[in-house]
Design a protein around this ligand. Structure first.
Ligand code: ZN
Length: 728
């Protein structure tokens, strides 16, 4: 096998000349493509600690016409569900978005230079879209705009006069609406934490969390003994003191299953899926049909049937649509809407092929007790992909489905997302690897191997990491998460990383590159760089809340305690160094084995002790130092990714005949367009997308033409206040 292509992310300006990127008003413009500027062609915009990086869509032109049609319809389906995700993250976020979009399109300040309003609104919209609401998606902490409520009110009045398509029609109604949204938008102490893991006195994990997985007043105690019929896709609320589930579903056409929560949005999703089915190959068509059925009924059985069908097909264009990840729910049950559409990256696929072929070989070499190794590992479907669109902001790799009973019987699909990793490596990872490398030699190695080491880590994490191991029969088929509860995600993420670190030095990787050992050493160093630099993600306090970060910190602390990693201070800078790679690998194996035994036996006390002792608390002085250094090299701490915009080319009858890639659209403009397209029927969405691509002003006109979206179901404020209707 040929050595893995070492993607030179900093080299190679776009092959064809492109239009200059459209500016995000108020945001610093990125440097032009260059061979030396960190970030190169990937960096699109900077706003404070946030950067926008561009994802590209190499090879999309080579998809067949049928594949392009499927890709486009799935993309529209993903957009159509985005308001669901937003509503899941906060009680009034959908009307808040409608307000902000209206002000942005119709009410910007002509004297902006004096007030600074337009720039501040651009910044806030960028974060609002990027984090899917008003809580930082990594720390879960609320953020508020830099403009004042008065400035927003003035902008809203201008927008109303200019014809912003809201349901409020006069100034008095507008003022009432603004008042209603004021705490959500401007009060940092109102609903401060998206997902609480340490509730203040008098509250519990549910009441202290601002997401909408549970209705007002529903407590953990209420839920003891309450068995949900739709654990993944319902909101549990109290009606007349009784708990009920509001199921996310569109209802069936025959009326046998009634519409539920999000019926409007799911009906739009379904229309696009049915359009995709017209061009899909038979097996994919059948799978999409099952997804339609699930969105109609909301039934877990239909979700299982879809996942089984989805696992059996491997089309070039594929998607993850549905209620999938459960990180936001403090109980870890409710799935958040996700819409990711992708196509296979043939060039980057080699490592995935190797893992597929050698899955059993790698399983047999894991360091934990033999009885917890899988005896017959079926070849996982593993591939390298590029994303066309993503909501929420995309990860670097995915392994699905999450349902353990399906994984055990039917396996799982793993992907490594190449266009995300390339953009992220160029803009954030490489500059950090350079700053936190102690020696000139380490820096040189990082330049050479970091990007590949990252791809290998993610590939192992997703393909073999999560899929590895089997649990003890004494769990009687129950998922370990039932036992490990709030520590389950933390354990699982740490375990998957450790599998990657364990296998990194395996001689089988020589097939991929003659430099495989140097790449493995780079992977180890980069893992520690990430552990150190994660500290600056928690701006206040001295405790990690997020599952991945807790798992990472637990691992680094363990390695330090074992003496496999040492803190070295040089010229006032702290580094984590590895005196002996063999010793570090040994410690990696020890912790990995511990975690697998805990998972296999559902040992809650075991994981609780590990996470509490090693995964949460850190030295805030070290964090301050790290934050200073990250700031000094001006590495963005938050990376938002601009999807490659695809533009439909239509024939005279409105049929899609091609897809064109455009990488010049600004981040805010892209999300405005998604908001717009997400509300349209398949034919209308294609027509409007083609029109908007030709003229940026067409977005305003299209919003006006469309008129107000009907008000979402009234949702009471969380803190036990009387229900307040929010009318856009
Ligand atoms: Zn993972």
């Amino acid at each position: 096998m040929k050595p893995l292509l070492l993607a030179a992310v900093l080299a190679a300006a776009p092959a064809t000349p492109q239009k200059p990127p459209a500016p995000d008003a108020g945001l610093a413009q990125a440097a032009q493509p260059s061979l030396t500027v960190p970030g190169g062609k990937f960096l699109r915009a900077r706003s404070g600690n946030t950067a926008v990086a561009q994802m590209f869509a190499p090879g999309i032109a080579e998809l067949s016409l049928a594949e392009k049609r499927v890709a486009w319809s799935l993309t529209l389906a993903a957009h159509a569900g985005e308001d669901i995700a937003l509503d899941q993250l906060g009680w009034k976020l959908v009307p808040a978005k409608q307000l902000l979009e209206g002000v942005w399109l119709f009410g910007r300040d002509a004297q902006s230079a004096a007030s600074g309003f337009d720039g501040k609104l651009a910044d806030y919209l960028l974060r609002f879209y990027g984090h899917g609401g008003n809580h930082d998606s990594t720390t879960g902490q609320k953020f508020v705009p830099a403009f004042t409520a008065e400035q927003l009110a003035a902008g809203a009045s201008r927008a109303l006069k200019a014809g912003a398509p809201w349901t409020v029609k006069d100034e008095a109604a507008l003022q009432a609406w603004l008042q209603d949204l004021k705490p959500t938008l401007f009060d940092a102490s109102f609903e401060p934490q998206l997902t609480s893991k340490a509730p203040p006195p008098g509250q519990d994990l549910l009441t202290a969390s601002s997401n909408t997985a549970y209705g007002p007043g529903v407590t953990q105690k209420d839920l003891v003994g309450f068995k949900e019929k739709y654990p993944l896709n319902s909101r549990v609320v109290k009606e007349n003191g009784k708990l009920t589930e509001q199921v996310f579903r569109a209802g069936t056409p025959d009326g046998k299953v009634k519409p539920g929560l999000y019926a409007k949005e799911l009906s739009r999703v379904i229309a696009h899926l049915q359009e995709a089915m017209k061009s899909a190959e038979p097996a994919q068509k059948a799978a999409l049909g099952k997804l339609v059925r699930y969105f109609q009924t909301g039934s877990p059985k239909d979700w299982d049937a879809y996942n089984i069908a989805w696992l059996k097909v491997d089309p070039k264009v594929d998607a993850n649509l549905g209620f999938i990840e459960t990180y936001v729910d403090p109980r870890g049950h409710k799935g958040q809407w996700e819409g990711l559409v992708n196509y296979r990256d043939t060039a980057e696929n080699q490592i995935m092929v190797l893992m597929g072929q050698k899955a059993q070989y790698f399983e047999d070499r894991l360091p934990w007790p033999q009885k917890y190794r899988r005896k017959k590992v079926s070849l996982p479907v593993a591939k390298a992909i590029n994303l066309i669109t993503s909501h929420p902001e995309p990860p670097a790799g995915i392994n699905l489905p999450n349902e353990q009973h399906i994984r055990e019987k039917y396996g799982s699909k793993s992907v490594m997302i190449t266009n995300v990793m390339d953009a992220a490596s160029a803009v954030t990872r490489l500059p950090l690897a350079l700053e936190f490398s102690r020696t000139a030699e380490d820096r040189e190695q990082a330049q050479k191997y970091s990007v590949t080491a990252r791809k290998w880590l993610v590939a192992f994490h997703e393909v073999l990491g999560h899929a590895s191991g089997q649990v003890d029969p004494k769990l009687k088929g129950q998922s370990p998460s039932v036992f490990l509860k709030e520590y389950d995600n933390t354990l699982e993420e740490a375990r998957a990383d450790l599998v990657a670190l364990w296998h990194a030095f395996d001689p089988a990787l020589a097939e991929l590159s003659p430099d495989h050992e140097a790449i493995a050493r780079q992977m180890y160093r980069d893992f520690l760089v990430e552990g150190l630099t994660n500290l600056r993600r928690v701006e206040e306090g001295n405790a990690f809340e997020e599952d991945h970060q807790r798992g990472h910190h637990m691992t680094v602390t363990f390695l330090e305690e074992k003496g496999a990693v040492k803190q070295v201070t040089q010229d006032g800078r702290t580094y984590l160094v590895i005196p002996d790679y063999a010793k570090m690998r040994e410690a990696v194996g020890e912790l990995l084995s511990k975690l697998m035994v805990i998972k296999a036996t559902g040992d809650y006390e075991g994981i609780r002790a590990l996470v509490q002792e090693k995964g949460i608390h850190f030295d805030p002085k070290l964090r301050d130092e790290v934050a200073r250094r990250v700031k000094a090299v001006d590495v963005p701490t938050v990376l938002l990714l601009n999807s490659p915009r695809v533009i439909p080319v239509l024939d005279a009858k409105g049929a899609l005949v091609d897809l064109k890639e455009d990488t010049t659209q600004a981040f805010v403009d892209q999300h405005l367009e998604r908001s717009l397209l997400g509300r349209l029927s398949p034919a209308e969405a294609s027509r409007v997308a083609a029109k908007v691509a030709g003229s940026p002003d067409a977005v305003r006109e299209a919003f006006k033409e469309l008129g107000p979206d009907t008000a979402p179901a009234p949702t009471p404020a969380k803190k036990g206040a009387a229900p307040v209707k929010s009318t856009p």
